[in-house]
Design a protein around this ligand. Structure first.
Ligand code: GLU
Length: 491
C-alpha cells in the first residue's frame, strides 16, 4: 500500500487556500507546517489556488495570499506565478485536467449527469427533512444514466457503500461509514469542478505526498477514499491539524477573540519570524523546552510526531512575548532598521536629532517594546524626546519626595553641574556615574538622582540619569542641569 511513499519518493506538500479575501491564522499555520515539513525533507512546497467557487472569490485575494506568505518567508516551489510540469497552480486554469479525469470516470460508468432540476433537488431535500432522515442523492440515483454533455452537473456514482478505515498521521486509525458516502457532485454546471473532486485530481497530478489540513475534512474522508479508489489513485498521507482555539480554549478562534487577517500583524510591527515561531507552537510540541526558534531551527526541529491532536490556544500575550524575544535577539543593525521603519518623522524633526544619538538610544528602545507599534506609540507619547530635545523642566517636579522644599535640590544640582563640567568632552554615562554616584551615595540617592533625572528628561518617568547621559553626552547633560538650576534660581 505504501509503495508510493518509499524512501526515494520526494516529499511534496501543498497549501491550498481558496481566494476568499482573508488570510486567517489557521490557514497560515497550515501553510507553515506544510512548508516546514517539505523543507525538512528536502521536498517541495506548492501554493495552489482553489478558485473553483467563483461566487466566493474576492478580487485581489490571490495577490494577498502571496503577499502574506512572502512576508512570512514561506517561499513556494510552485505557485500561481510558477507553474510546474503539471501545469498551472490555479485551479481555474486546470479545467482540462479535471475534464480528463471526469471523462475517465464517465467511461468507467462511475459518473453520470445529474438529471434533476434545482427545484426537484430541493423537493427531495424537503421530503427527507419532513421524514426526519438525512438527504442522500444516491437514494435518487436514476435508473437510466444519460450522456454527459460536459456542460451540466456531473455526479460521482459512489460504487461501494461501506465503512472506510484509514490512517491519519496525527489522529491514528480512523473510520467512518456509509452515512458519509453519497453521489456527490464532481463537475458543476458552470464548468468548474468541486473541491471534493479537484483537490484529489490535483494532489495526484502534482505528486503531493502529505495533505495537511484542518479537522473539518475528516468527516468527508470516506468520500475522498471512494473517489481515490474509483480513479485508481493511491491516497497521499493525511495529516490532520488540531484546531486553533480562542484564548479561553473553549471554541475555535473567531473574530470575537481578535482573529485578524495575518497582514494586520505586520501592520502592528510583528517580525515575520516571531509570528512563525508563535504559530508553530500552537498545536506542535518540539519535545524540548525551547520556545524561541528561527525559521531554520523550526525546519530542523519540525516533525509530525509533535503535532497534537487537541486544539491549541491563540494567546496574543504569548505572541507579544515571542516578538519581544525575537527583537532582543536582532543584531544591532537589524534592530536599527526595524526602528527606522517605526520611528515617526516628528522625532527626526526634533532639534537635537542625529543619527549618532539615535544609535545610542537603541538599547533604551529595545529594552521596553514588544512590537513596532509600541515604538511608534512611545515616540508619540514623547518617551524618546529627551534624547533629541532639551526638556522643559517643571519646577515642582524637581522636588524629591523626602525634601521639604524644591529648593533643597539646588545645591545638589549645582554640585552635579560642576562634576559634569569637569569631565572631558565626549564622555558619557559611565564617566558621569563614576563621579556622581559616590556623591549620591553620600548625600542620598533620591536626593541627587531624582532632580538630576528630571533635569535631563523633564519627565516623571524616564530611563535612569546615567542611561540618559549615555545618549546625550556629558556636555549636553551639563547644559540641561544648568537650565534646571536656573529654573530654581529664577523663581
Ligand atoms: N481550499 C480548501 C480550503 O481553503 C483547502 C483544503 C485542503 O487543504 O485540502 O479550505
Amino acid at each position: 500500500m505504501n509503495s508510493m511513499f518509499s524512501k526515494e519518493r520526494k516529499v511534496v506538500t501543498r497549501f491550498a487556500p481558496s481566494p476568499t479575501g482573508f488570510m486567517h491564522v489557521g490557514g497560515v499555520r497550515t501553510a507553515l507546517y506544510s512548508y516546514l515539513f517539505a523543507r525538512k525533507h528536502g521536498g517541495e512546497f506548492i501554493l495552489r489556488i482553489e478558485d473553483t467557487d467563483k461566487a466566493r472569490q474576492v478580487e485581489g485575494s490571490i495577490e494577498h495570499i502571496q503577499e502574506t506568505l512572502k512576508w512570512l518567508g514561506l517561499d513556494w516551489d510552485y505557485g500561481p506565478d510558477k507553474p510546474g510540469d503539471f501545469g498551472s497552480c490555479i485551479q481555474s486554469e486546470r479545467l482540462e485536467t479535471y475534464l480528463t479525469f471526469a471523462r475517465k470516470l464517465v467511461a468507467k460508468g462511475l459518473a453520470y449527469p445529474d438529471p434533476y432540476t434545482p427545484e426537484e433537488l430541493q423537493a427531495f431535500r424537503e421530503e427527507a427533512k419532513r421524514e426526519n432522515r438525512p438527504f442522500l442523492f444516491r437514494d435518487h440515483r436514476p435508473e437510466e444514466m444519460g450522456e454527459w454533455d460536459e456542460k451540466s452537473t456531473l455526479r460521482f456514482k459512489v460504487p461501494d457503500i461501506r465503512r472506510y478505515e484509514w490512517h491519519d498521521e496525527v489522529r491514528g486509525d480512523l473510520d467512518a461509514g456509509e452515512e458519509a458516502l453519497d453521489d456527490f457532485v464532481l463537475m458543476k454546471a458552470d464548468g468548474y469542478p468541486t473541491y471534493n473532486f479537484a483537490h484529489i485530481v490535483d494532489d495526484f497530478h502534482m505528486g503531493v505526498t502529505h495533505i495537511m489540513r484542518a479537522d473539518e475534512f475528516i468527516s468527508s474522508t470516506p468520500r475522498f477514499l471512494s473517489l481515490y479508489e474509483a480513479l485508481d489513485i493511491e491516497p497521499p498521507k493525511f495529516v490532520t491539524l488540531p484546531p486553533i482555539l480562542g484564548t479561553d480554549r473553549k471554541k475555535k478562534l473567531g473574530k470575537r477573540d481578535g482573529a485578524k487577517d495575518v497582514m494586520e500583524y505586520q501592520e502592528e510591527g510583528y517580525l515575520p519570524e516571531a509570528f512563525l515561531n508563535f504559530l508553530a507552537l500552537i498545536g506542535w510540541n518540539p519535545g524540548t523546552d525551547q520556545e524561541i526558534f528561527t525559521k531554520e531551527e523550526l525546519i530542523e526541529a519540525f516533525d509530525l510526531d509533535g503535532i497534537q491532536t487537541g486544539g491549541g490556544a491563540f494567546n496574543e500575550e504569548k505572541l507579544q512575548w515571542t516578538n519581544r524575544e525575537h527583537l532582543l535577539r536582532l543584531s544591532d543593525k537589524d534592530f536599527r532598521d526595524f526602528v527606522d521603519k517605526w520611528l515617526p518623522e516628528d522625532v527626526r524633526a526634533l532639534p537635537q536629532f542625529s543619527e549618532e544619538r539615535l544609535m545610542r538610544l537603541l538599547p533604551v528602545i529595545r529594552e521596553r517594546v514588544h512590537t513596532g507599534r509600541d515604538i511608534e506609540t512611545a515616540a508619540q507619547e514623547g518617551e524618546y524626546d529627551f534624547a533629541f530635545t532639551q526638556p522643559t523642566v517643571e519646577r515642582e517636579m524637581l522636588k524629591w519626595k523626602n525634601d521639604d522644599d524644591v529648593k533643597d535640590a539646588l545645591p545638589r544640582l549645582q554640585k552635579v553641574a560642576e562634576m559634569l563640567a569637569s569631565l572631558p568632552e565626549e564622555s558619557f554615562g559611565e564617566a558621569a556615574k563614576e563621579v556622581i554616584w559616590p556623591y549620591a551615595e553620600k548625600v542620598g540617592k533620591g536626593e541627587v538622582l531624582w532632580p538630576l533625572r528630571v533635569a535631563l528628561s523633564g519627565r516623571e518617568r524616564s530611563p535612569d540619569p546615567f542611561a540618559i547621559i549615555d545618549i546625550i553626552g556629558t556636555a549636553e547633560a551639563y547644559a540641561r542641569v544648568q537650565r534646571a538650576v536656573n529654573v530654581l534660581l529664577n523663581a
